[in-house]
Design a protein around this ligand. Structure first.
Ligand SMILES: Cc1cc2nc3c(=O)[nH]c(=O)nc-3n(C[C@H](O)[C@H](O)[C@H](O)COP(=O)(O)OP(=O)(O)OC[C@H]3O[C@@H](n4cnc5c(N)ncnc54)[C@H](O)[C@@H]3O)c2cc1C
Length: 466
């Protein structure tokens, strides 16, 4: 039987992941087109002065034990990416300048004993929730469940931070079911970690695997549009007008850009467009990467809570106000996870945080202020850091938007209430035959990159069952 010709648009985790699975099966002739020169979309990494920099700011929920590792297992190349776990020493919360190791040092949060007991009860409730109950918890928020246990602002700030780190949305938007599922998975696998060589090493391994199995990958190769004829995807059109014919087209570009710009809205029924238009993205984020002349920290991951008045924080964000010191900042000390990420004797620290929505009139001055606000948080976390800086580089949501579109959001279409389970965006296109969507948008479960890898695994199963 002849192989089916598959064209994939985009080398993000979803695109390169499904490409690796399809090429390895031997049933498909895979060609992948990536518009950027870097492989991996939001997961890409690059070099600067001997330091390995990720475009994003990453820690991976379940490392080799999650969906990202599962793809490499399925193609028989599990050791093409090596992981460093981040649980020893355990991640630390920096609460208003004070370091607190959870759960051991919970008293460091300054809470009365009865509140600490409530936190434990809440967490136990979340972790012991049977999967059969998840469906009924899809419409309830983490905030509302937490309120049954504690109305304390600090307690809320701790669990709000986790919502913002996992799903990059607020605790009022986070469904209990998704929070429970992801929390339980992390506690079970204990695989929280970082891929050696940077996050880009994961999609790079997938691309290597595609090539090893006879597929082709083209970089700097933007797809202009999908060739749709009589309601069927027949291939793609490159920038120079050349048509690449295909039996199957898979878009990793995201559901909305694929429909709006690549396939074209005229092919879609009004109710499908209405549903698509309603989806909301996760928050936008910015990252600061800091190269230091010597190690100043032996930690692997610090999560910074600068404030616990979350309602006020959210209101300021809505108004586009940037605080003096940004709160909810995640700081992986990359060189303690991957010593080869920087020259010997140096240190590399990342910081990342959300700011949403980005005001329509945000200009250079606004983004400069955001950078300073994030750096002020880093100075609270690592006092004296400014004396050791060789250089620092800031990637704002503007740059992320420029590279990957979708307003520069962090995850993709978010896992907020009303957008999970049966309400996730479609993977099998409902209007254009032979067109499929494979990105974090169409993933079902998981955090960030693992949501995109989940999409790759699910789409592979769908195509193989046809
Ligand atoms: C700042 C930041 C921090 C993050 N932190 C974490 C974290 O700590 N942990 C975690 O797990 N995840 C994190 N994420 C999220 C994670 O990176 C994303 O959810 C995931 O990588 C998305 O993968 P994807 O498959 O949806 O594709 P994307 O990364 O969106 O890639 C899509 C690809 O398609 C390409 N493309 C689009 N249109 C075309 C076209 N017309 N022609 C050719 N190519 C095209 C794009 O160039 C891009 O390479 C973070 C993201 C960011 C930005």
């Amino acid at each position: 039987m002849s192989k089916k010709r598959v064209v994939i648009i985009g080398s993000g985790v979803g695109g390169s992941g499904v490409g690796a699975l399809l090429a390895h099966s031997g049933n498909y002739e895979v060609s992948l087109y990536e518009r950027n020169k870097l492989i991996g979309g939001r997961f890409a990494s690059y070099e600067k002065d001997g330091y390995k920099i990720d475009v994003g700011c990453h820690l991976i929920a379940n490392g080799d034990k999650g969906t990202l590792g599962e793809i490499l297992n399925r193609v028989g190349r599990p050791d093409w990416v090596k992981w460093q776990y981040a649980l020893k020493p355990a991640p630390v919360i920096n609460f208003k300048g004070k370091r607190v190791r959870l759960p051991k040092e919970m008293s460091g949060l300054g809470l009365p004993d009865e509140e600490i007991e409530k936190i434990k009860e809440f967490y136990f409730r979340v972790l012991s929730m049977p999967e059969s109950e998840y469906e009924e918890w899809e419409k309830r928020s983490v905030y509302s469940l937490m309120q049954e246990y504690s109305k304390n602002e600090t307690v809320r700030a701790v669990f709000g931070l986790l919502s913002s780190i996992y799903f990059v949305i607020t605790d009022q938007e986070t469904p209990v079911s998704e929070y429970a599922l992801c929390s339980k998975q992390m506690v079970t696998t204990r695989g929280n970690g970082y891929p050696l060589g940077g996050t880009g090493s994961v999609p790079e391994a997938y691309v290597k695997s595609i090539r090893e199995d006879g597929g082709q990958v083209f970089l700097n190769a933007p797809i202009e549009r999908i060739a749709v004829e009589n309601g069927e995807a027949k291939g793609v059109i490159l920038k120079d007008g050349k048509k690449i014919e295909a039996d199957i087209v898979i878009s990793n570009a995201g559901n909305k850009p694929t429909v709006d710009f690549l396939a074209g809205r005229k092919h879609y029924r009004p109710e499908v467009l209405a549903r698509l238009d309603k989806y909301e993205y996760s928050q936008c984020g910015s990252t600061l990467k800091i190269a230091l002349d010597e190690p100043i920290s032996d930690e692997r991951m610090v999560m910074f809570i600068g404030r616990d008045d979350l309602d006020a924080v959210e209101e300021e964000r809505r108004q586009g106000i940037i605080p003096e010191v940004l709160t909810d900042v995640m700081c992986p000390v990359i060189s303690n996870l991957d010593p080869k990420s920087c020259p010997e004797g140096r240190q590399l620290i990342f910081a990342g945080g959300g700011q949403n929505p980005i005001p329509k009139n945000a200009d250079d001055k606004w983004f400069k202020k955001l950078e300073e606000s994030m750096f002020n948080a880093v100075k609270v976390i690592f006092p004296g850091i400014e004396k050791h800086i060789i250089w620092k580089t800031f990637t704002s949501s503007r740059e992320i938007d420029h590279m990957f579109g979708e307003g520069g959001n962090i995850i993709g279409i978010s896992q907020k209430i009303g957008q999970i389970g049966p309400d996730r965006p479609f993977m099998v296109d409902p209007c254009v035959r032979n067109l499929y969507h494979c990105s974090a948008d169409s993933g079902m479960h998981g955090i960030g990159g693992e949501l995109a890898a989940d999409a790759a695994l699910r789409l592979f199963e769908i195509l193989e069952s046809k």
